[in-house]
Design a binder for this molecule. Structure first.
Ligand SMILES: O=c1[nH]cnc2c1ncn2[C@H]1C[C@H](O)[C@@H](COP(=O)(O)OP(=O)(O)O)O1
Length: 231
C-alpha cells in the first residue's frame, strides 16, 4: 500500500479503473474539475501528448524557529523562473514510467536503484491542457528521508542542472505567526501550468493538509497580496 492509499497497480492497464482523486473543497470548482480526467479518459485522448511529473516527499518532523513541518516535499525552480515538479514530456511510444525515469535522470540525477523505483502505484491524477493538446500525469512518491536527502544532494550533478533546472527546493509547509511567511508566501510564487493545484492536491492526498487548513492557507496567500511587504 502506498502513501496514496492505493496498491496493486502493476502495469499501466491496471490504472484504467483508477478513480479521480478526492479534490480539496477549495479546489472543487468547475475550472479545476474540467481539466481533471481519470487515467482511462486521459489515455483515450490518443492525439494528446503525454507528460509526467512527480511530487517526491518524505515523512520528517522538524520544529524550527519559523514553524513546524511533518514532511519534506520537493519542487524545483525551472529555467523559465517558475516552480514545478521534476519530470517532462514522454516520447511517442515510450512507456510513461520509462519516460518519467529518463526525465528524472536528466533533471535530478535520479537513480531508481538508490532513490526507489517509481511504480504505477504512485500514480495520483491526470489533467488535460486543451489548447496545447497535453495530458499531464502526476505521480506522488513517498521516499525515506535518507533517499530524499540523497536526491537533493545529487541534483546539482544532473545533466540539466543550470540549464532546465536551477535547483530543487523543499516547500516550507508551515505558516509563520505573521500569517504570510512560509507556505502562503511560497504559493505567491509563479508556478508552471497546474503545478500549484497539483501541490495542494498532493498535500491533501498525503494527509499533510486538511480541507480547513487549505481554506485558511488560500485566504492567507490571497491576503498577502493586499498587505505591505512586511516579511
Ligand atoms: O510540475 C508541473 N506540473 C504540471 N505541468 C507541468 C509541470 N512542469 C511542467 N509542466 C508542463 C509544461 C509543459 O507544457 C509540459 C512539459 O514541460 P517540461 O516538464 O518542461 O518538459 P520537458 O522537460 O521539456 O520535456 O508540462
Amino acid at each position: 500500500m502506498t502513501a496514496n492509499g492505493r496498491s496493486g497497480y502493476s502495469c499501466m492497464d491496471d490504472l484504467k479503473s483508477h478513480p479521480l482523486p478526492s479534490i480539496p473543497r477549495s479546489l472543487n470548482v468547475r475550472s479545476v474539475k474540467r481539466e481533471m480526467k481519470t487515467f482511462a479518459e486521459a489515455s483515450a485522448l490518443s492525439f494528446y501528448k503525454p507528460a509526467a511529473h512527480v511530487c517526491f516527499w518524505a515523512p520528517c518532523y522538524k520544529n524550527t524557529m519559523f514553524g513546524t513541518y511533518n514532511a519534506a516535499v520537493m519542487m524545483h525552480l525551472r529555467f523559465d523562473g517558475t516552480f514545478g515538479f521534476p519530470g517532462g514530456l514522454i516520447n511517442r511510444g515510450e512507456d510513461i514510467l520509462d519516460g518519467l525515469t529518463r526525465e528524472l535522470k536528466e533533471e535530478l540525477a535520479y537513480n531508481p536503484a538508490v532513490h526507489k523505483p517509481i511504480t504505477y502505484d504512485d500514480y495520483h491524477s491526470s489533467r488535460i491542457v486543451e489548447d496545447k493538446l497535453l495530458v499531464l500525469h502526476l505521480f506522488v512518491v513517498e521516499l525515506s528521508m535518507d533517499q530524499f536527502v540523497s536526491l537533493e544532494k545529487n541534483a546539482t550533478s544532473a545533466e540539466e542542472y543550470g540549464v532546465e533546472v536551477f535547483g530543487t527546493v523543499r516547500v516550507p509547509l508551515y505558516t509563520m505567526n505573521n500569517k504570510y511567511g512560509g507556505l502562503p508566501a511560497f504559493l505567491n510564487n509563479r508556478f508552471i501550468g497546474c503545478a500549484k493545484q497539483e501541490l495542494i492536491m498532493a498535500l491533501f492526498s498525503i494527509g499533510i493538509l486538511t480541507d480547513d487548513q487549505i481554506d485558511e492557507l488560500i485566504d492567507n496567500a490571497n491576503n498577502m497580496k493586499l498587505a505591505p511587504n512586511r516579511m
